[in-house]
Design a protein around this ligand. Structure first.
Ligand SMILES: NC(=O)c1ccc[n+]([C@@H]2O[C@H](COP(=O)([O-])OP(=O)(O)OC[C@H]3O[C@@H](n4cnc5c(N)ncnc54)[C@H](O)[C@@H]3O)[C@@H](O)[C@H]2O)c1
Length: 252
């Protein structure tokens, strides 16, 4: 929560992957705080649904179809957000996926490249597209979604995914340090297991293994990650940058 009352009122967040899960939950939490939301997703209908939910809460929202792997679409979404609301104060790069679960020796080049295009290049695009605007306005906060998988490596089913999230954390650290003196903070959040459509294709035995590992004994709800995004963007987190916040229910 912010240090200053009404801190988020009238400020704008652009969210990638806003059509579902953590991105959608963050849109609704920021709407509750009176922020404007630019809801973007590769799935235009899902982005529009989230924007409509934000409007129902009483905040302002627009939406755009934007595939984070396509730089031109990310640039267009940023331009649209600036045209719609004048300034973008916060960006959440939530678009990402594990795409497929495979043992290490069965990860082919195509799965490796697609995973890195989405999770690493997509996050890179989301950061690089907004920073010139944040430099111009003199402030901004970028939050990237990584994963606790980065610490355990995805052995047995998702080395491609876990290593891509390690890259997100390293990129976040570099961006945060490079722009720290210019009032731009860049953080990542490393969630544990979150109950979202992300797990629609996760095999039951993998989910069962997770369940046994979580000290809090349940998955996170997407809004438990969203509330951390809100904190990370707030003036209460003014000394927090170039780092990741684990929201894992105690998983190590
Ligand atoms: N759910 C979990 O357990 C979990 C855990 C750790 C990290 N994460 C990370 O959190 C982020 C959000 O996951 P979620 O749980 O909300 O998943 P989700 O599947 O509910 O939502 C992901 C959203 O991203 C969108 N998307 C996919 N490819 C895209 C692209 N190329 N361009 C733009 N949008 C695209 C999807 O359409 C979807 O709306 C991801 O980066 C994921 O890796 C999730």
């Amino acid at each position: 929560m912010a240090k200053t009352p009404d801190y988020f009122v009238g400020k704008t967040i652009l969210i990638t992957g806003a059509g579902s899960g953590i991105g959608r939950a963050t849109a609704l939490v920021f709407a509750r705080e009176g922020a404007n939301v630019v809801s973007t997703d590769i799935d235009a209908a899902a982005a529009e649904r989230t924007a409509n939910e934000v409007i129902q809460i009483g905040a302002k929202a627009t939406f755009a179809k934007s595939d984070v792997t396509m730089r031109a679409e990310v640039d267009a979404a940023v331009e649209q957000a600036i045209a719609d609301f004048g300034q973008v104060h916060f960006v959440l790069n939530s678009a990402g996926a594990a795409l497929a679960r495979r043992p290490f020796l069965e990860i082919d080049e195509e799965l490796w490249e697609r995973t890195y295009a989405l999770n690493v290049r997509g996050t890179f695009n989301g950061c690089q597209a907004i920073i010139p605007h944040m430099l111009e306005t003199g402030s901004g906060v970028i939050v990237n979604i990584a994963s606790v998988a980065a610490w355990v490596g995805g052995a047995g089913n998702s080395v491609h995914y876990a290593s891509s999230k390690g890259a997100v954390n390293t990129m976040t650290m570099g961006i945060g340090r490079e722009f720290a003196s210019r009032n731009i903070r860049c953080l990542s959040i490393s969630p544990g297991v979150v109950d979202s459509p992300f797990h629609d294709t996760t095999p039951q035995e993998v989910l069962d293994n997770y369940a046994a590992l979580i000290p809090i004994e349940r998955m996170a709800e997407p809004d438990e990650i969203a509330e951390t995004v809100l904190f990370a963007c707030s003036d209460a987190a003014s000394y927090l940058t170039a780092d990741t916040i684990k929201v894992s229910g105690g998983i190590r």
